[in-house]
Design a protein around this ligand. Structure first.
Ligand code: TGC
Length: 393
């Protein structure tokens, strides 16, 4: 199998499909991940913490600025080869928070927030989901009511990545008693607000006792009379569609990221199978092990090619959100199969934190659910294929 410059296998000549600039960028991220992230990840998982000390390095790599789609995808792949929590911090900060300000904010808001966010001095979060509204964010209940000079936010959010670490959180709320939403019902009355850390009435809290995504700062957020100035409303937002547009960016990152988790799991199983002996020979010599390896290899290559195909579509502005749903659905399923199968090859040591496959499998259980569940993406594709909406009967 061909080896790349950074001494990793190049499956099915995938690297031939990249430009020299894409390969060089990917290798820089890869080297950073190998040197700075991988050595600390098992400890972070054990402690349930994010390694904030790597944030300046992530910023220096340019991951908190605008990147071409394939560069962005390759970075997501490399970051999640270490852990989905690392990719998620970058994805939520750069693609959801910075991306939303860039797309829907004013020039003043861009100048106020984006330079510090680009340097990693200010972390961003994006808060849409609520305890009672996950798959159906159009029914969200957090309210924004006009008060002199701004808006008062009240309610409860859940599952905001980076919530406790963020200096600024994009909060999606139902605007009420305001002329802009007169006559607008449901999802059309949803707007977005920038809430800065330390604002009275804004209380993020870490969600503890997680069996998955332990390296990620998953948070709930309480709003109790939290007043934000008019200058912190994102004026370009016109309803739920704006939030869903932003989510496409995060979903696109998952398409690539989970291929990285699958690759790490497959490689762990392959290398262990060569050294682990049973019945007097390496388990790699058994047909059942080879069958598993062949299936995993196929899933890894298919995932990488689908991710790259979507990246090329995005590059020429031809990526529809249903394509992203397809990628998210298929690649998460592939990765989960690979990580679970890899664990079986590892046998007993596969449950220790010196192995990576079970950690990836646990993370992938979250990824099966977040940013649109497996079921939601099936129904999005079902609607796309048939023209019939199965969400509302
Ligand atoms: P629907 O009628 O389908 O759409 C409402 C409007 O939005 C448009 N639209 C999209 N636009 C761009 N990209 C997409 N992916 C879009 N999907 C829909 C649509 O055209 C429409 O526009 P308009 O102009 O006609 O109003 O709305 P629906 O209520 O039927 O929703 C359907 C459904 C279920 C697909 C949608 O609600 C959905 O995707 N649900 C899943 C929600 C989800 O992914 N939640 C995860 C959020 S992650 C989070 O909160 C934490 S942030 C990340 C983190 O911190 O980790």
């Amino acid at each position: 199998m061909a080896k790349t410059a950074s001494e990793r296998p190049d499956y099915s000549h995938f690297d031939d499909l990249l430009t020299p600039d894409e390969r060089a960028f990917r290798d820089r991220v890869r080297e950073f991940v190998n040197a700075r992230v991988l050595p600390r990840i098992a400890g972070c998982w054990e402690d349930g913490t994010f390694p904030m000390e790597v944030v300046p390095g992530l910023a220096e790599l340019g991951l908190f600025g605008h990147l071409p789609p394939v560069h962005e995808g390759l970075a997501s792949f490399e970051l999640e080869r270490a852990d989905a929590g690392i990719r998620s911090l970058v994805s939520v900060h750069a693609h959801l928070a910075q991306g939303t300000i860039q797309e829907f904010g004013t020039q003043e808001q861009r100048e106020r927030f984006l330079p510090r966010m680009g340097r990693g001095e200010l972390i961003g979060a994006f808060s849409l989901t609520e305890p009672a509204h996950g798959s159906d964010p159009g029914a969200l209940e957090v309210t924004a009511r006009p008060v002199p000079g701004g808006y008062r936010l009240d309610g409860h959010k859940r599952w905001a990545t980076n919530g406790t670490a963020a200096g600024v959180t994009i909060v999606w709320a139902r605007l009420v008693d305001h002329p802009d939403v007169q006559g607008a019902t449901g999802a059309r009355a949803i707007r977005a607000f920038l809430v800065e850390a330390g604002t009275p009435g804004f209380t993020p809290r870490a969600i503890d006792r997680k069996l998955s995504f332990r390296v990620s700062a998953s948070s709930e957020i309480f709003f109790d009379g939290c007043v934000v100035p008019e200058a912190n409303r994102l004026p370009g937002v016109t309803g739920l569609g704006s939030a869903l547009k932003c989510l496409n960016e995060a979903r696109y990152g998952i398409v690539w990221g989970v291929a990285g988790a699958a690759t790490a799991s497959f490689e762990e199983a392959l290398s262990y199978s060569r050294v682990r002996e049973q019945f007097g020979r390496p388990i790699a010599a058994f047909q059942l092990t080879q069958s598993k390896l062949a299936s995993m290899y196929g899933a890894v290559v298919q995932s990488m090619l689908l991710a790259l195909h979507l990246g090329r579509l995005k590059q020429r502005d031809a990526l529809h959100h249903t394509d992203v749903s397809l990628g998210k659905l298929v690649n998460v399923r592939h990765a989960l199969d690979v990580a679970r199968t890899a664990r079986t090859v590892l046998g007993g040591i596969g449950i220790l934190d010196t192995s990576v496959s079970l950690r990836h499998a646990a993370n992938l259980e979250t990824e099966l659910t977040y940013e649109g569940t497996d079921e939601v993406h099936q129904l999005i594709l079902g609607r796309h294929l048939t023209g019939l909406d199965a969400f509302r009967g």
